[in-house]
Write a protein of this length. Structure first.
Length: 248
């Protein structure tokens, strides 16, 4: 079978045996993939440092004859994002984004929009601090592009208007109108927060600069996102415990 070559972002890299590596990567044109890099640890000629997590590179691989791991052939150049490795909080946020991609995206489903968002997110973190806004935008966009965006502007059950200032929440559906909310015991969120989140999802998904959310919006949105991720992810990202605030 002919080799495939294309842009990729390395999400995770595990040592395997004496010399090999197993690499999870996001390919622009082929989606989330796992690959086997034979002798990647002993011979750096074919891969160099390009298989380090967070690196952007051009990968060449062959489809497997059996099993699910593609056979990685070589990596050509790329951007290792050395700048964002300057600061533990920035690395933690970048790693968290990579873990979310792995947890939310289906394998082998091409999603160039997710690739563009992750690429822009890493480029932004090369020069900017790890802010709660950057984290929230990344979380919302990945949820949305994975098909898990909650209803923010109308009721997720009946489609009706929300009206009240405090809106009950359904997880994973999103906002509920008073008529559809079964009781007052569900978590709730304020109408202005829902409006801010809906507006931010309408912006260009690769744009991270220039957003400011109020402390209340960040707190309420953090609770909503945390509930959604707990619902949709099989395991919570390990890097979550390194982020501030820790919402794990
Ligand atoms: Zn309703």
């Amino acid at each position: 079978m002919n080799p495939v070559t294309g842009p990729a972002i390395i999400l995770r890299c595990l040592a395997y045996g004496e010399a090999d590596r197993i690499v999870t990567f996001l390919s622009r044109d082929h989606g989330l993939l796992k690959g086997f890099a034979r002798s990647a640890r002993t011979s750096r000629k074919r891969f160099g440092a390009a298989l380090e997590p967070l690196a952007e590179t051009v990968l060449c691989w062959r489809q497997p004859q059996r099993g699910t791991l593609v056979d990685l052939q070589e990596a050509e150049g790329g951007n290792l994002h050395l700048e964002l490795r300057r600061d533990l909080e920035v690395v933690a946020l970048a790693s968290y984004g990579c873990e979310l991609v792995e947890g939310l995206c289906a394998e082998e489903q091409p999603c160039p929009e997710v690739f563009a968002v992750v690429r822009a997110f890493l480029a932004y973190l090369d020069t900017q601090p790890a802010t709660p806004e950057t984290r929230l935008l990344m979380e919302l966009r990945l949820l949305s592009l994975s098909g898990y965006a909650p209803h923010l502007t109308n009721c997720c059950r009946c489609g009706g208007p929300l009206g009240e200032q405090t809106v009950p929440l359904d997880i994973p559906g999103g906002a509920l109108c008073r008529r559809c909310a079964a009781s007052d015991h569900t978590p709730s969120i304020s109408l202005p927060t829902l409006g801010s989140l809906a507006r931010s999802l309408r912006t260009r998904p690769t744009l991270f600069a220039g957003f400011r959310f109020s402390p209340r919006t960040l707190e309420e949105a953090g609770i909503l996102v945390s509930l959604l991720l707990r619902h949709h992810l099989q395991t919570l990202p390990k890097s979550l415990s390194l982020l501030t605030p820790d919402r794990s």
